[in-house]
Design a binder for this molecule. Structure first.
Ligand SMILES: Cc1cc2nc3c(=O)[nH]c(=O)nc-3n(C[C@H](O)[C@H](O)[C@H](O)COP(=O)(O)OP(=O)(O)OC[C@H]3O[C@@H](n4cnc5c(N)ncnc54)[C@H](O)[C@@H]3O)c2cc1C
Length: 373
């Protein structure tokens, strides 16, 4: 069986990996270089964590996600991950951390609630203004995203059944006939097509317009004093909902940068537009950094990175059969990377073994238990 994959971010590459492990043929098209720095998947890091608010389906899926990453590390011969643990802070009327703790307790993975008086001793790098409750879990950490996609692209390039076509934009797709036309007018045919085109998806698939909404997001990399870096390098990832903006912090594990971002969707912007940002774009985030992080006055902005992803109304993933021979693969809403290896493996199994597409879509949306193997 031959599958055409459109888009070489983590989703397209992982689907190709899953399919080729089962002996299928792949032709993968990527409009930019492979990996493409303009894609969502190309950044120093992405977080993986068990706490998931009320989304019990995704909380349960994390163990499967870790198992899929382990399989990938073994195929790549390299592990692109650093465990850090996670600190969840809450206050200001927000309840995400409490709800996450409740969900995890219900599935037998309790978080530890910390005594607030303990915080300064355990995490001296925080001043934690406004924090009313704090929860800790030792699981979770940092996936080195750009190393993963680069490693996967190199691995796939070595597989005889895989043809990679970087610098080749697909202009149109027929999901009933499994047929595509590229920008230069070349036609390609397969048995199945997976559209994993990230924030560009609506340009190929009018059916997803309005449901998958491209969203411009800005993250901040900081240049910090060496003494702070040494402390933070051993620090946890943080999700803080105790201020006026929800903040996540990625510690500078294994020599990477220290990054801060928020989960407030802009739901606007053009992924082919300019990628510049100003500190005013992230003013509430910087204000919260000032209140949360000890020594912040000495920190300098190193880079404001603009990135695009797609968002759905309920933040659930869309991995659905479309047309007679097609799939749209869009696990995103800003939280898809951690499931990349798992999403790729499972979609490959569903395509190759003709599992029920409806059940697959419900599973990817976090509404169904594990899929039958
Ligand atoms: C700032 C930010 C922070 C995030 N943090 C986290 C996190 O901590 N944890 C987490 O789990 N997730 C996180 N995510 C989400 C995660 O990165 C995305 O869900 C994931 O990378 C999406 O991968 P993708 O393959 O669908 O899209 P992409 O990586 O964007 O790949 C799509 C590819 O398709 C190509 N393409 C598009 N159209 C065409 C065409 N017509 N022809 C050929 N090629 C085409 C594009 O060039 C692109 O390379 C974050 C995302 C962002 C932006």
């Amino acid at each position: 069986m031959k599958t055409i994959i459109i888009g070489g971010g983590i989703m397209g590459l992982a689907a190709a990996w899953g399919l080729t492990r089962d002996g299928n043929h792949i032709e993968l098209f990527e409009q930019g270089p492979l990996p493409n720095p303009l894609g969502s998947s190309v950044d120093q890091h992405r977080l993986i964590r068990h706490p998931y608010g009320d989304y019990v389906g995704y909380a349960r899926m994390i163990d499967h996600a870790f198992a899929a990453w382990d399989l990938l590390w073994s195929d790549l011969g390299a592990k692109h991950y650093a465990p850090t643990g996670m600190l969840a802070l809450t206050g200001n009327g927000e309840t995400w951390a409490e709800r996450s703790a409740r969900t995890l307790a219900a599935i037998g993975k309790p978080m530890e609630e910390l005594d607030l008086a303990e915080l300064p001793r355990r995490f001296p790098q925080l001043s934690a203004t406004g924090v009313e409750r704090a929860f800790w879990t030792a699981s979770g950490g940092v996936l080195f995203a750009q190393d993963i996609v680069a490693g996967l692209a190199r691995h796939l390039a070595r597989q005889p059944a895989v043809t990679l076509r970087p610098g080749t934009r697909v202009r149109s797709v027929d999901l009933d006939r499994a047929h595509i036309v590229t920008d230069t007018g070349t036609e390609h045919q397969a048995d199945c097509i997976v559209v994993s085109a990230g924030a560009w998806v609506n340009r190929l698939l009018p059916a997803t317009k309005g449901r998958l909404v491209p969203s411009r997001q800005v993250v901040v990399y900081f240049d910090i004093p060496d003494s702070d870096r040494a402390l933070w390098a051993k620090g946890p990832m943080i999700i803080d909902k105790a201020g006026d903006v929800g903040l996540y912090l990625v510690p500078p594990a294994a020599g990477r940068g220290l990054k801060v971002g928020d989960h407030d969707f802009s739901r606007s912007g053009d992924p082919d537009g300019p990628r510049e940002a100003a500190p005013s774009d992230v003013a509430p985030l910087l204000a919260r950094c000032h209140d949360l992080l000890r020594g912040y006055d000495k920190w300098r902005i190193e880079q404001l990175k603009v990135c695009f992803y797609t968002v759905t109304e309920d933040e659930r993933f869309v991995v659905e059969k479309l047309g007679r021979q097609g799939w749209v693969m869009s696990p995103c809403s800003g939280h898809g990377f951690k499931f990349g290896a798992l999403m790729g493996l499972e979609l490959a199994r569903t395509i190759a073994n003709e599992r029920d597409p409806t059940q697959h879509a419900r599973w990817a949306a976090g509404l169904e238990g594990a899929l039958a193997t």
